[in-house]
Design a protein. Structure first.
Length: 149
């Protein structure tokens, strides 16, 4: 997925088993943010930054949707523990991370593994990807500010 591409209509299933469709957000810009894992330090910092700035984002007509390959139960716990006001897609079959090109080989402590690259896609009111904030650009402590600029 790159800038100018049309985002898919069906994004996935949220923490409550509800299907998330792009058309549910008609007339809004969508922040579709991919993150590696629920309840890890960087992912918690990023989610809480979006939570703390949620009203500013809503005022600027943004809807926020998080995506990781964690399951619905993990997402419910993460939302509850951090009082998150937005849905999290449980992409357990990795369809969305692969479609958006954010699933791949990562390295940590000298070992390789497959994982999600922290990436944010801004989808405009017409369903077109208008901006991508790459893993190297994302600042988890200031992520909402990066989206709003």
């Amino acid at each position: 997925m790159k800038v100018g591409d049309k985002a898919p209509e069906i994004l996935g299933i949220d923490e409550n088993g509800n299907e998330i469709r792009l058309s549910n957000y008609k007339g809004q810009k969508v922040v579709l943010y991919f993150y590696p894992k629920d309840s890890t330090p960087g992912c918690t910092t990023e989610a809480c930054n979006l939570r703390d700035n949620y009203e500013k984002l809503r005022k600027d007509n943004y809807a926020v949707i998080g995506v990781s390959v964690d399951n619905e139960s993990s997402h419910r716990n993460f939302i509850e523990k951090n009082n998150l006001p937005f849905p999290l897609i449980a992409d357990t079959d990795k369809k969305l991370v692969e479609l958006f090109g954010v699933w791949g080989e990562k390295q940590m402590y000298g070992r390789s593994y497959m994982g999600t690259f922290r990436t944010t896609f801004i989808i405009d009111e017409e369903g077109i990807v208008s901006n991508i904030i790459s893993p190297k650009e994302i600042n988890v402590k200031e992520h909402a500010k990066q989206i709003l600029k």
